[in-house]
Design a protein around this ligand. Structure first.
Ligand code: T4K
Length: 383
């Protein structure tokens, strides 16, 4: 009997699925099939078909923003936004982000100038921005990291004073508001990502939010090779178009996204309650007036915690729980950036410290309570 129990435990362990950092939210398949049938019937797969039109309008309404341009993914959206605003020279940005933020600059021949972040939000420290401005600076590119709002009023003030463009990487900020106002209201343009791992997904996808019809038109030309009509090409554009499958899923996802965010935020609350008092572990707080989307659950592992961040990472791996170190290594430490003077760790002490301490715990709408409790238990048992 004992042996049987032993083998069944092993079998259970072998058949248990790993817990991933995230799983994409997908609506019931039967709800998506009629959309597929329509695409099959129409034969319109891409190039601004009916679902593209409908989703663009529905998203504009959902987000409460004046103009939306859909894209195949967030990276192409950001690259195109920089082109649309004719950003050149140097751009002030954060080292504490996903590589796509600054890669979009390099792909446009623009030099990133790294400025350190704030410890409370992990966002660009607005007090350090002015000192980094040079005659070659043309824009500021902040990131609402983990959906935490940047100090947008101050950043806008700086942009206005120095005549700079302000473009937000809002890849993490779908549905986030502060004081009842969407984060997407800020800046000249804001980029969203609808990647599979994001709060709102269209398999892959992205969008640029703007406040000016002329810029929307330019974005739409640029994402379609620069074609203004069948025979007029107004710019050396790219192929950044969202296809009909993505747009159809987007339309459907809009019906589910509020519920998906609520499910995420219930998990966020459960983690916060259980981990608030753990010595050496810090949850990033949600600022007053912020309605979060609970896209990520980062914790900072401090010196008082019995394990280092990487030891805790390994401990989770041992339990087949795939936590992630977003964002480590810092972008500024990657080979294509570390030659820039602003990338020196001495210039980025806060970001350097947080990148060594951060660990993102699993969070997604279908993550069951038992698994959340198991994750919490692993942390508590270390104490
Ligand atoms: N700016 C910022 C600030 C960003 O965070 C991102 C993307 C962008 C710009 C660019 O936007 P996009 O061009 O991607 O629209 C992931 C995502 O690929 C990336 O979109 C995201 N940021 C970044 C933070 O995370 P990886 O390489 O860490 O993903 P991966 O494949 O390791 O997946 C993470 C977890 O998700 C795994 O535990 C497995 C799970 N997963 C993943 C995929 C793709 C699934 O369950 N299903 C899936 O289909 O980059």
């Amino acid at each position: 009997m004992v042996r049987l129990g032993f083998y069944s435990n092993i079998l259970e362990a072998m058949t248990e699925k790993p817990t991933f950092l995230t799983r994409p939210y997908l609506p019931p398949l039967e709800e998506f099939l009629p959309y597929l049938a329509e695409i099959w019937e129409s034969g319109q797969l891409t190039n601004g078909g009916p679902f593209h039109q409908q989703f663009e309008e529905a998203l504009r309404e959902y987000l409460g923003v004046p103009y939306v341009s859909l894209f195949a993914n967030g990276t192409l959206a950001l690259m195109t936004a920089l082109q649309a605003l004719r950003v050149t020279g140097e751009v002030i940005t954060t080292p504490y982000t996903f590589a796509a933020t600054t890669h979009a600059l390099l792909w446009n021949g623009i030099k990133p100038v790294f400025v350190d972040i704030r410890g409370d939000t992990c966002n660009l420290d607005e007090d350090l921005v002015e000192a980094a401005i040079t005659p070659r600076t043309t824009a500021i590119l902040p990131v609402h990291c983990y959906g935490n709002p940047c100090t947008s009023q101050r950043l806008q003030q700086i942009a206005d004073t120095y005549g700079l463009k302000l473009i937000y990487d809002a890849a993490h900020a779908f549905g986030v508001s502060i004081g009842g106002h969407s984060l997407l209201e800020h800046g000249d343009l804001a980029m969203l990502s609808f990647h599979a791992t994001k709060v709102f997904n269209t398999f892959e996808g992205g969008a640029i939010i703007g406040h000016d019809l002329k810029i929307k038109q330019r974005l739409d030309y640029l994402k379609n090779f620069g074609f203004a009509d069948e025979v007029t090409v107004v710019a050396p554009g790219i192929n950044g178009k969202m296809n009909e499958f993505q747009a159809a899923l987007g339309l459907l996802q809009l019906r589910h996204v509020d519920q998906a965010i609520a499910a995420r935020c219930a998990i966020d609350q459960r983690y916060r309650m259980a981990l608030a008092e753990v010595p050496g572990l810090q949850c990033l707080s949600i600022a007053d007036g912020v309605k979060p989307n609970c896209g990520y659950f980062p914790v900072l592992v401090g010196a008082d915690f019995p394990l280092s961040r990487d030891q805790l990472y390994d401990e989770f791996r041992r339990h087949d729980i795939h936590v992630r170190r977003y964002f480590f290594p810092l972008i500024s430490n990657l080979p294509m950036y570390r030659g820039f003077a602003s990338a020196a760790p001495a210039n980025l002490p806060v970001a350097t410290g947080i990148a060594k301490r951060v660990l993102c715990l699993p969070i997604y709408p279908d993550l069951d309570v038992d698994t959340v409790d198991r994750i919490i238990e692993i942390i508590l048992s270390i104490h």
